[in-house]
Design a protein around this ligand. Structure first.
Ligand SMILES: Cc1cc2nc3c(=O)[nH]c(=O)nc-3n(C[C@H](O)[C@H](O)[C@H](O)COP(=O)(O)OP(=O)(O)OC[C@H]3O[C@@H](n4cnc5c(N)ncnc54)[C@H](O)[C@@H]3O)c2cc1C
Length: 498
């Protein structure tokens, strides 16, 4: 059926299009009632625009709608009117074009691991990208994958060929498209490697007008920049080529406790500047004798065990006898994912309210920020399954313009500082959410006052002025990309940027 074929159809026309055995539960949109309609409703409607014929399914059964009405944060609840499970990229192209023509909002959703309604849409269409999840090819030249592929599946397939993605987030049951839209800070991989968006070589994108386009640094480069860390504002990423690097088989993680926050920062900077570890970071434990523990991980192959006396030389506490844990590479990479899976299975973690605060701090301000924020946290601020994070990131390895990081010349490092708050009990809990949202906005403002920037995965209610300040020198460019690639403004309203 032609994309341009639309407008009211009668029952005979409808049956000739969809046939008696049609699978689609939703067959179109009532342009006057502004709602999706079933076959039975369509037959009586005079203002019915038939949906394009699809390889996948378009549905609005209660279960699909409920599953797409919230994300992991359980703070924002928005009910879509229909859910597309695409059977092909062509389905996405057709349906985005259809929504564009009829002014229907659309949100692509991966695994809904955002915390503040980013993948949700009220009264619109959700595209569940996970139904397209083929790994098309994989080798030293990179992996060519559908956007609905889960990182855990890509990591496993790559490992079988002695390879791994250059940048890997802590939780890996997320989609390639979901993290490329957010940024993808590689906390399980090299802190000098940049984000996942820095390791996408090529993308296939469906723009807001339903145009299918390929883009890269050399082809349609403005769309490439608009899509990477673009929060789904200018297009739906449907396929990506991701860098792969050689993998080592084992991981050794040393843990060194610090009673003083300044000493922790002194030592982690020493290790970061030396560049001999693969992953560095800390999970602060406020109120304990050692409020900062430095985690330092090095990857290695059998027969080439790390030498602690060399790697940990010259640190403030003598650290060459620091305790360590060895893991197989895949076990190490899955550590955080397995932990959250256990929380989900035993503690109803998926239903908890999660007002997470994720901020990037400049090097010159991080120490004071951590000293002021973490000791002041109450048990409520973290909850029984929550914790904080402090991770260094090599500023020069992050190059995508929409992944905003502190600018200015305060050293080579910027820092991810997170307060990952989980409610004690499963939600919803509007009072708790609103209290924590106020806290998050305060944490954001305190960070912004010293040059900090928000990582937009977390829960923080931004005003228009905040978004403009967030994108800073990129704001005008982002607006122009939005107007060019989503002129009707139908794509991904969840983040609330435009
Ligand atoms: C336990 C946990 C640990 C995490 N650890 C890290 C970490 O280490 N590093 C890090 O950077 N992040 C981390 N995150 C955040 C997570 O990576 C992001 O929220 C990511 O966007 C989730 O991917 P998803 O597939 O669930 O996307 P969703 O939550 O479904 O979507 C996120 C946003 O991207 C848009 N989107 C989704 N798919 C597409 C697409 N194909 N095209 C265009 N737009 C799309 C959505 O509309 C939405 O706005 C963590 C989150 C959790 C819950």
């Amino acid at each position: 059926m032609s994309l341009r074929e639309r407008g009211p159809v009668n029952r005979r026309q409808f049956l000739s299009r969809f046939g008696a055995g049609a699978v689609a539960l939703v067959v179109g949109f009532d342009l006057v009632a502004r709602q999706w309609v079933t076959e039975a409703e369509a037959a009586d409607s005079t203002s019915f625009a038939a949906a394009p014929s699809l390889d996948g399914t378009l549905t609005f059964d209660a279960e699909s709608i409920a599953a797409n009405s919230h994300d992991q944060g359980n703070i924002v609840f928005n009910t879509p009117c229909a859910v597309l499970r695409p059977g092909s990229v062509e389905d996405i192209r057709k349906m985005v074009g259809y929504c564009d023509r009829h002014g229907i909002k659309v949100a692509p959703a991966g695994t809904h691991h955002a915390m503040f309604g980013q993948p949700l849409v009220s009264d619109g269409l959700i595209i569940e990208t996970q139904s397209l999840n083929t790994i098309h090819s994989l080798g030293t030249g990179g992996a060519d994958v559908d956007a609905g592929v889960l990182w855990k599946d890509l990591i496993k397939a790559a490992y079988e060929q002695g390879l791994t993605p250059a940048s890997i987030t802590s939780y890996i049951k997320t989609t390639v498209g979901g993290t490329l839209s957010m940024g993808g800070i590689g906390m399980m991989s090299a802190y000098q490697a940049g984000a996942q968006v820095d390791h996408a070589r090529q993308l296939q994108v469906v723009t807001g007008e339903g145009r299918l386009m390929w883009c890269s640094d050399t082809q349609n480069s403005d769309l490439f920049e608009a899509a990477l860390a673009g929060l789904g504002q200018c297009g739906v990423i449907t396929r990506a080529t991701i860098d792969l690097v050689p993998v080592k088989q084992l991981a050794r993680t040393y843990r060194i406790g610090y009673s003083e926050i300044p000493t922790f920062f002194q030592d982690i900077r020493v290790l970061a500047n030396r560049g001999e570890f693969d992953s560095l970071g800390s999970i602060p434990q406020p109120g304990t004798a050692q409020p900062m523990t430095l985690w330092a991980t090095v990857f290695y192959n059998p027969g080439d065990a790390p030498d602690a006396s060399r790697l940990l030389r010259g640190l403030s506490p003598a650290a060459d006898t620091a305790p360590f844990e060895d893991s197989d590479y895949l076990d190490y990479i899955s550590l955080v994912t397995n932990m959250y899976d256990t929380f989900s299975a035993n503690l109803d973690w998926d239903a908890k309210v999660k007002p997470w605060s994720d901020l990037f701090l400049p090097d010159g301000a991080v120490e004071q920020y951590v000293e002021s924020v973490f000791p002041a946290l109450t048990p409520d601020d973290l909850g029984p399954t929550g914790f904080g994070l402090v991770f260094p990131m090599l500023r020069s390895s992050y190059g995508r313009p929409l992944l905003r990081l502190p600018s200015g010349a305060s050293g080579p490092w910027v820092w991810l500082v997170s307060v990952l708050t989980d409610s004690a009990e499963p939600g919803p809990d509007p009072e708790f959410a609103s209290r924590m949202m106020e806290r998050n906005y305060r944490l954001y403002q305190e960070a912004a006052a010293v040059g900090g920037v928000r990582y937009p995965h977390g829960a923080c209610a931004f005003t228009q002025a905040d978004w403009q300040a967030h994108y800073g020198s990129m704001w005008t460019q982002f607006v122009s990309w939005k107007n060019r690639y989503d002129p009707s403004g139908i794509l991904t309203p969840g983040p609330g940027i435009f």
